[in-house]
Write a protein that binds this ligand. Structure first.
Ligand code: HEM
Length: 218
């Protein structure tokens, strides 16, 4: 079984190659979106007024109303393209699990983390986008009210690390496939990537705490 054409190259049809490219491009788009999204949400740490101003800009220009659903679509497209490679049947899962244990291959383990986190992110990310996009406009006070309720704090504490791990591993794998991470630079790149992932988790956590302690009556 081919786990992934980038790790274990096999004969793939032209259509398969095209779908592979689309999967990578949609993934790269989502990585850029997630970096921007985290910095925009984290603007609340500096000042809730900043977050409100940024949110207002996205709504006044129609980017939230149009861009939001487009991101949702990109998110679902990326999932369906990547799902071609996921083993939904038990035998396939057992095979990959035993290969990973047998080969002690770090990148195969990363692939497993990527596949498992994808399932959870699909569900939680869809719920999150639905809730935010059906309750526009975005304001720091509304986000704070959600998070201070408790449920969304726990929800984001699960979604945040899973998303950042998925994004970090995705970025690394795109780098290996596109060839800007050569064999001799893999170790160094992995270290930098881990640092970036951790930095985004810390920033996201700081933003959650800021929402938690934000005075809503403003
Ligand atoms: C249309 C796209 C999106 C919009 C407009 C959006 C908007 C927001 C907003 C306003 C918040 C602040 C919390 C709240 O109001 O509940 C937030 C937080 C968050 N979003 Fe999104 N989001 C989008 C897509 C995504 C996607 C695709 C993911 C990941 C799969 C994601 C993951 C998160 C996480 C983890 C947090 C918590 C942030 C933190 O730790 O500070 N979002 N988002």
């Amino acid at each position: 079984m081919s786990i992934d054409s980038g790790v274990l190259p096999g004969k793939s049809s032209r259509l398969d190659g095209l779908l592979d490219w689309m999967q990578m491009l949609s993934g790269a788009g989502l990585i850029l979106f997630m970096w921007a999204h985290m910095l925009l949400v984290a603007s609340v740490i500096v000042s809730p007024d900043w977050m409100n101003a940024i949110a207002h800009f996205f709504e006044a220009t129609g980017m939230a109303q149009v861009g939001g659903p487009l991101i949702f679509l990109l998110f679902l497209t990326h999932f369906f393209l990547a799902a071609r490679k996921l083993p939904f049947r038990l035998e396939g899962q057992k095979t990959i699990w035993s290969h990973a244990k047998m080969m002690r291959h770090g990148d195969t383990w990363l692939w497993i983390v990527q596949a498992v986190s994808a399932m959870i992110i699909l569900l939680m990310g869809s719920i999150h986008m639905w809730v935010v996009l059906t309750d526009l406009p975005i304001t720091a006070a509304k986000s704070a009210a959600r998070i201070q309720g408790g449920f969304w704090f726990v929800f984001y504490m699960i979604l945040l690390p899973l998303t950042e791990l998925h994004v970090g591993i995705g970025f690394y794998r795109i780098g290996v496939k596109w060839g800007f991470i050569t064999d001799d630079r893999r170790g160094m790149f992995k270290k930098r990537e881990n640092f970036l992932t951790l930095a985004f988790i810390v920033i996201g956590f700081a933003a959650l705490l800021r929402f938690m302690f934000l005075s809503i009556a403003q």
